[in-house]
Design a protein around this ligand. Structure first.
Ligand SMILES: [Zn+2]
Length: 337
C-alpha cells in the first residue's frame, strides 16, 4: 500500500484529523456535475483541503495533464478516481495509488472498463430517446408542447433529441458545449435536453403538478418521464458482480461509496442498525473491498447515524488489516460557499 493510503487506514492515529480536510467524492461536467474539474480543484485549494478526488460516474475524462499540473503547482493532493455504478445502488469508488499523477495502468485499465460500461449505457440512452419520441404521439397533456407542433417543429425536435447532444449538454447552462464526456449519460441529461428543446411547457407543467420551486421542475419531470414514457433499465438491474470482479482484478483501491444509501437500495426487509452492520461487513468481505466511505456528508433523513455504525462495523472486522476509511461530500456543484 502506498504512503498516501497508509494515512487513510483505520489504525492511523491522525485519521479523523485528516478526514476533516478530505473530500474523495466529487463530481464534475464529465458525468452529471455542474462544474468543471479545474474549478473543483481551485475551490478545494482555496478552502485548504489536503486530499481530494474528482470521482465522476464511469469517467476519468476529467483527468488531463493541465488539471494534474494545477495540483502540482498549488499543492493539493488530487487522487485520480472514478465512481463505478455496480447496480442496485452499489457504487464503488476506485482510486489510483498515488496523487497528482495518473498511472498508465489506471488510464488503460479503468479507461477500458469505463468504455465498455458506457457503451452499454449509450445503447440504453439511445433506446430511451427512441421510446420517448415514439410515445409522444400518444399523449395530449397540456404541459407537453408536442401536440401543438407542426411536422417541421416535430422534425426539428427529433433531429436534436439525440445521444450526440446528450453527450454535449452542460447540465448547468443547458448549452451543448461539453467535450469528452466519455459516453456517460444519465436520466438527468435526458431531462435537461428535453427542457432545452422546449418539449415541456414549464409554466403549465409546474401548475399542473403544483411544483412551487422552478428548481424542482427537472426532478418532477424525471419521475413522470421515466414512469409514463420510458423505462430506464438501470433502475431495476441487480448488482453487477462481474463488474465488481473486473474492478477487483485491477488492483486499485476500491471503496464502498455511501454505505447507507447502498444499504437502503439493497431492499432490506426492515431498516435497522444491526442489519446495516451486517450489510457493511458482508459487502466489504464479499467483494473484497479495501475500504468504506465512513464519513459521507450527504445523507438525508437517515434512520440512524450511518457514518458511525459503518465505522464501528468496519472496525470490528478490521483485525489489524489495512482497512481504508474515506470522507466525501458527493457534491455535484463544487464546494459550497
Ligand atoms: Zn457520487
Amino acid at each position: 500500500m502506498s504512503y498516501i493510503w497508509e494515512e487513510f487506514t483505520i489504525s492511523s492515529p491522525k485519521l479523523f484529523d485528516l478526514l476533516s480536510k478530505v473530500d474523495l467524492h466529487l463530481h464534475s461536467h464529465f458525468s452529471d456535475g455542474l462544474v468543471f474539474p479545474n474549478d473543483v480543484v481551485s475551490q478545494a485549494q482555496n478552502k485548504g483541503y489536503k486530499y481530494i478526488s474528482v470521482t465522476d460516474h464511469n469517467s476519468i475524462g476529467g483527468y488531463d495533464q493541465k488539471l494534474l499540473k494545477q495540483c502540482q503547482e498549488n499543492p493539493i493532493n488530487l487522487i485520480p478516481g472514478v465512481e463505478m455504478d455496480c447496480g442496485q445502488g452499489l457504487d464503488i469508488l476506485v482510486y489510483d495509488k498515488l496523487s497528482n499523477s495518473i498511472s498508465p495502468e489506471f488510464l488503460t485499465q479503468i479507461g477500458a472498463i469505463t468504455k465498455s460500461e458506457n457503451s452499454k449505457r449509450l445503447d440504453v440512452a439511445s433506446n430511451c430517446l427512441k421510446v420517448i419520441i415514439k410515445s409522444l404521439d400518444k399523449y395530449n397533456f397540456p404541459w407537453l408542447n408536442w401536440p401543438t407542433w407542426d411536422d417541421n417543429q416535430k422534425q426539428k425536435f427529433i433531429s436534436k433529441f439525440t445521444t450526440e447532444n446528450l453527450l454535449k449538454i452542460n447540465l448547468d447552462s443547458g448549452e451543448l458545449d461539453i467535450q469528452g464526456r466519455d459516453y456517460y449519460i444519465s436520466k438527468s441529461h435526458i431531462i435537461r435536453l428535453a427542457l432545452v428543446l422546449d418539449l415541456i411547457n414549464v409554466p403549465k407543467f409546474n401548475e399542473h403538478f403544483q411544483v412551487d420551486n422552478p428548481k424542482k421542475t427537472g426532478k418532477k419531470l424525471k419521475k413522470i418521464l421515466f414512469k409514463d414514457f420510458c423505462h430506464w433499465e438501470y433502475d431495476e438491474s441487480g448488482v453487477d458482480e462481474s463488474l465488481l470482479t473486473r474492478l477487483k482484478k485491477t488492483g486499485f483501491v476500491l471503496v464502498l461509496a455511501h454505505p447507507g444509501k447502498a444499504y437502503e437500495d439493497s431492499e432490506p426487509k426492515s431498516i435497522s442498525e444491526s442489519s446495516f452492520r451486517q450489510f457493511v461487513a458482508h459487502t466489504f468481505r464479499n467483494f473484497q473491498l479495501d475500504g468504506v466511505e465512513c464519513q459521507y456528508r450527504n445523507y438525508k433523513d437517515q434512520p440512524f447515524d450511518y457514518n458511525k455504525i459503518a465505522f464501528e462495523s468496519l472496525k470490528s472486522i478490521a483485525n489489524n488489516k489495512k482497512v481504508i476509511i474515506t470522507a466525501g461530500s458527493d457534491s455535484h456543484k463544487g464546494f459550497p460557499g
